[in-house]
Design a binder for this molecule. Sequence first.
Ligand code: UD1
Length: 317
Amino acid sequence: MKRYVVTGGAGFIGSALVRRLLEEGDGQVTVIDNLLTGKRENLAEIWDRIAFHAVDIRDYDAIASLLRGADTVFHLAAIPSVPRSIEDPVPSHEVNIDGTFQVLRACVAGGVRRVVYAASSSAYGDTPVLPKVETMAPQPLSPYALQKLTGEYYARVFYSCYGLETVSLRYFNVYGPRQDPSSPYSGVISIFLRAILERRRPTIFGDGEQSRDFTYVEDVVSLTIKASRAPNVAGKLYNAGNGGQYTLNQIWRLLQQIEGVSLEPNYAPPRPGDVRHSRADITAAVRDLSHAPRFSLEEGLRRTLEWQRRTLAATAR
Ligand code: UD1
């Protein structure tokens, strides 16, 4: 039987990927996660169906034995967040760059067939042209963006130098159930949803007219699995976005409509390293990987809102 390894599999996106791999049922699933930002509870009801290892990807010896002989390694382990990488750059540098290097090295040594690497839309920076196409020159604006870009370059070089099949997917602002709203470094949608459920005013950094291609987690998971199977994509890079573009002000308005409340946001100065506008050109992913995003922003928001409502109710009990 095939074996799949998901690094960062106890995280928000990783645990959704693990669930989908189990649903597809054609292989065993091993999860590697140091539980720094990941959580066991993200895997609660599937815990008995996976092999879980609380291991850090910087520990080559520990990961090498777990990656050996795997069919596909989905490398999602990372310390996310642009502001976190600015305020505390050492851990994110070590995990996102050194850790990625160790994963790739262990995959070569262990004869892994393919690695799918979770890259980031932040690599594009503030290049004025929209939508962002993979052929554009990257312009990282933060340590996080640079680290994720370095991972892509490493992935490509491991294909050209060592023949390891790698595919990089630039995830565009992924949101959905299990995204933790409780940290200041959390994704903005999870923070907004918690605020609206608690009837609090959110803080918007800048004028709120910055925009993002918010992508629902299940669409990203589908594409990630497609990237693990598609022919003739080794060494390549694809945008993993929805193709849409919404400002923060639009999102907050939409949430107020959905919940039937009126709450004026607090506006604060823009965050350093922040990108102004982001939208993916998904032509290449549609062509080569049969990418087909299914979730509109409104549908994704409703689903995520319901998940947060249930989680809040459960913790209040
Ligand atoms: C960036 C990347 C994304 C990556 C993520 C990892 C870009 C375009 N996207 O997301 O691909 O997955 O890092 O963490 O670079 N904001 C508020 N109020 C809040 C929180 C955030 O106004 O309480 C604003 C931010 O200033 C920013 C926007 O919301 O303008 C989105 O922020 P966030 O969700 O943290 O993601 P990015 O930094 O865009």
